[in-house]
Design a binder for this molecule. Structure first.
Ligand code: PAF
Length: 295
C-alpha cells in the first residue's frame, strides 16, 4: 500500500495506473475508520483493479467549528486497517494541500464558494433544502467542493459512498450528473453494531452508556418500516417522535419520512412506495444520523 500526502506525487503515480487501463475504485473518507468503511473498500476491491482511499477531515463541510475540532483523527490506525483490507493507495493530504487561503477565508466568512463548479451550472434544488441541508448551512456545498476536487485528482471509474449519509449520496449523484463526470457512484449498505446502532466515526465519542441508549434510534426507524404499509404517516411520525422524546438524553433534531428520490417529506395524501425514514439526533455533544429504507 502506498501513502501519498502530496497531490503532485499522487498525480504522477496515477498516470501510470491509467496508462495500464486499470479500473480505479475510490473510497473517500474522513478517517476514524470502522468496519463500515472497510466494507466499502471490500466492495471496491471486488469490482476494481486498484482501490484508492482518501483520509481527509474536510473543514469546509463543518458548519460548527467545535464539531470539526472534536472530529476523531486516527490516521495511523486507519492506515493499518486499510493495509489489512488490501487497499492499494491512500491519500492523506494536509488542509493547505487541498485548499487555497482564499477558499478557507470564504468559508470562515460563511460565503458559499461555488468555484468548484468551474463555471458550470450546478443546482441541487430542493435536494439540499431539507434535513441535513436545512440543519447544517453550507454543509453540502463543502461536501460537493471536496468531493469534486478529489474526483478531479483521482479520476476514478467508480466511487463508493455509504447509505448512512443518504442525502449526501443523492447530492453526489446529482453533482456527478450535472457536471457530467464519467464516474459510477456505488451506494453501500449501512453496517450496524450488534445493538442496531449505525456504524459511524462519531460513535467513538459516545460513552458505553450512551451507545446503549443510542440503540433506540434504529429501533424507532425499523418500527416505522414495520408499520409503513399499515399506518398513516402522521401516526408513524408521532409515535416515533414520542418514542425518542421519552429518552431524556437524546435531543431530536428531525425525523422525516421522505421520498427516496426527491428527499421531500411525505404526508398521508402523498405516500409513495419508494420512501425512507431519516433521523438526526444529538446525544450530549455528539450528532448522529441514521436512516432506513421503507421499501
Ligand atoms: O462521508 C464522508 O465521510 C464525507 O462527507 C466525504 C464524502 C468523505 C467528504 O468529505
Amino acid at each position: 500500500m502506498i501513502i501519498f500526502n502530496s497531490i503532485e506525487q499522487l498525480k504522477s503515480h496515477l498516470i501510470s495506473i491509467r496508462d495500464q487501463k486499470k479500473i480505479i475504485g475510490f473510497v473517500p473518507t474522513m478517517g476514524a475508520l470502522h468496519a463500515g468503511h472497510i466494507s466499502l473498500v471490500n466492495k471496491a476491491k471486488a469490482a476494481c483493479d486498484v482501490v484508492f482511499c482518501s483520509i481527509f477531515v474536510n473543514p469546509t463541510q463543518f458548519n460548527d467549528l467545535s464539531d470539526l475540532d472534536k472530529y476523531p483523527r486516527t490516521v495511523e490506525n486507519d492506515c493499518l486497517m486499510l493495509e489489512k483490507a488490501d487497499c492499494d493507495i491512500v491519500f492523506v493530504p494536509e488542509v493547505m494541500e487541498m485548499y487555497t487561503e482564499r477558499e478557507l477565508a470564504l468559508k470562515r466568512q460563511k460565503v458559499e464558494d461555488k468555484s468548484w463548479t468551474e463555471g458550470k451550472e450546478v443546482d441541487f434544488g430542493l435536494l439540499e433544502k431539507v434535513m441535513e441541508g436545512a440543519h447544517r448551512p453550507g454543509h453540502f456545498n463543502g461536501v460537493a467542493q471536496v468531493v469534486s476536487k478529489l474526483f478531479r485528482i483521482v479520476q476514478p471509474q467508480k466511487a463508493y459512498f455509504g447509505q448512512k449519509d443518504f442525502q449526501q449520496l443523492a447530492i453526489i449523484k446529482s453533482m456527478v450528473a450535472q457536471l457530467k463526470l464519467p464516474i459510477e457512484i456505488v451506494p453501500c449498505a449501512i453496517l450496524r453494531e450488534p445493538n442496531g446502532l449505525a456504524m459511524s466515526s462519531r460513535n467513538e465519542r459516545l460513552t458505553t452508556n450512551e451507545r446503549d441508549i443510542a440503540s433506540i434510534i434504529s429501533k424507532t426507524l425499523f418500527k416505522i418500516k414495520e408499520q409503513y404499509n399499515s399506518s398513516p404517516i402522521s401516526e408513524l411520525k408521532a409515535n416515533a417522535e414520542a418514542r425518542i422524546l421519552k429518552e431524556p438524553s437524546i435531543m431530536l433534531e428531525y425525523l422525516e419520512i421522505v421520498d427516496a428520490e426527491t428527499l421531500q417529506p411525505l404526508n398521508d395524501l402523498k405516500k409513495v412506495k419508494n420512501a425512507v425514514a431519516c433521523i438526526a439526533v444529538k446525544i450530549g455533544e455528539v450528532r448522529l444520523i441514521d436512516n432506513v429504507v421503507l421499501y
